[in-house]
Design a protein around this ligand. Structure first.
Ligand SMILES: [Ca+2]
Ligand SMILES: [Ca+2]
Ligand SMILES: [Ca+2]
Ligand SMILES: [Ca+2]
Length: 302
């Protein structure tokens, strides 16, 4: 099915995280519990929280571990990441700005890459084709880590999951310019990774989302390809090695220029579904792809 955008709001250049939030708000009723009688969900006027030039991606986390959600945003025009700290009432104060380690940071995700329990940040720098890490100290401070992942032409999206089940967070990168998703497993010390899989996807992968889409207990990846308008299912063998089991035939067409993905069990059948933001032409819709049952784990056409 297709969920039309409920209002004719112009699309601003939102980052993947923001767009994912929009996706889910469009797809899921906003009632939080049975007693909620809200029938016409609405939002107050926005409160603008300054960051730096051309913010693109955003991720939420509790950077200073005070129990209140904070955010981090990539600033694609200033090659930095901005951290702002929540007051628990929807306001954000404080400001820390850290270099992204490359040029035109876009994708951003959170993980713990040094096993200290404090959240760290991973950033995809599109023009430099690098993925860089910002180490959190658990008190709201972040420093750019020297080690990086390189050679990732057009790195535009990152996703984090423990793909091999060893308790250490691993990283998947969408390399837009290579038409590939590259998976790295953390091995050894802090911020040390080994490449495990390189999977050719559709043209220009631009968004990733992680979930156990085939329900076999390990984390899989869905990848949206901007250039040819489809979504690939990338299956984990449980050891962090990925393949596209149904190949080109298993890709689901979603329309011109998908830009963002979100995964949740939207129809409450116990299987992850996908919501896909489609930007191209006059599309202006969100595709909802229902997850299929085993053995065919591909997503169903919208
Ligand atoms: Ca906090
Ligand atoms: Ca950490
Ligand atoms: Ca792992
Ligand atoms: Ca799985």
């Amino acid at each position: 099915m297709r969920v039309r955008r409920p209002v004719a709001a112009p699309l601003r250049p939102l980052g993947p995280g923001l767009l994912a939030a929009v996706l889910l708000s469009a797809a899921i009723p906003l009632s939080l519990h049975a007693a909620d009688t809200c029938t016409s969900p609405s939002f107050d006027a926005p409160v603008s929280v300054p960051v730096q030039a051309q913010p693109f991606g955003i991720v939420l986390g509790d950077w200073n571990r005070d129990g209140k959600l904070d955010f981090a945003a990539t600033n694609s025009g200033s090659d930095t990441v901005s951290f702002r700290f929540g007051n628990g009432a929807g306001g954000f104060g404080g400001l820390a700005t850290v270099a992204s380690g490359g040029t035109q940071p876009e994708g951003i995700a959170v993980g713990d890459f040094d096993d200290d329990g404090a959240p760290d940040i991973v950033v995809a720098n599109r023009i430099s084709g690098t993925v860089n890490f910002l180490q959190g100290n658990g008190a709201g401070g972040f420093v750019l880590v020297g080690a990086s992942l390189t050679g990732l032409s057009g790195a535009t999206a990152v996703a984090v999951g423990d793909f091999d089940g060893d308790g250490k967070d691993d990283v998947a990168v969408a390399a837009f310019g290579r038409n590939e998703v590259v998976v790295y497993l953390r091995r050894g010390g802090p911020f040390s990774f080994s490449q495990s899989s390189t999977i050719t996807t559709g043209k220009e992968p631009t968004a990733l989302v992680v979930g156990d889409f085939d329900r076999d207990g390990d984390l899989d990846i869905a990848s949206a390809s901007f250039g040819d308008g489809n979504v690939s299912f990338l299956q984990n063998d449980g050891a962090g090695n990925f393949t596209e089991p149904f190949g080109v035939a298993g890709r689901v067409a979603v329309g011109f220029n998908p830009t963002a993905l979100a995964a949740a069990d939207l129809d409450k059948d116990g299987i992850f579904d996908l919501a896909v933001a489609v930007r191209g032409g006059t599309s202006n819709y969100i595709d909802v792809l229902k997850g299929g049952r085993k053995p065919s784990a591909r997503f169903q056409s919208p």
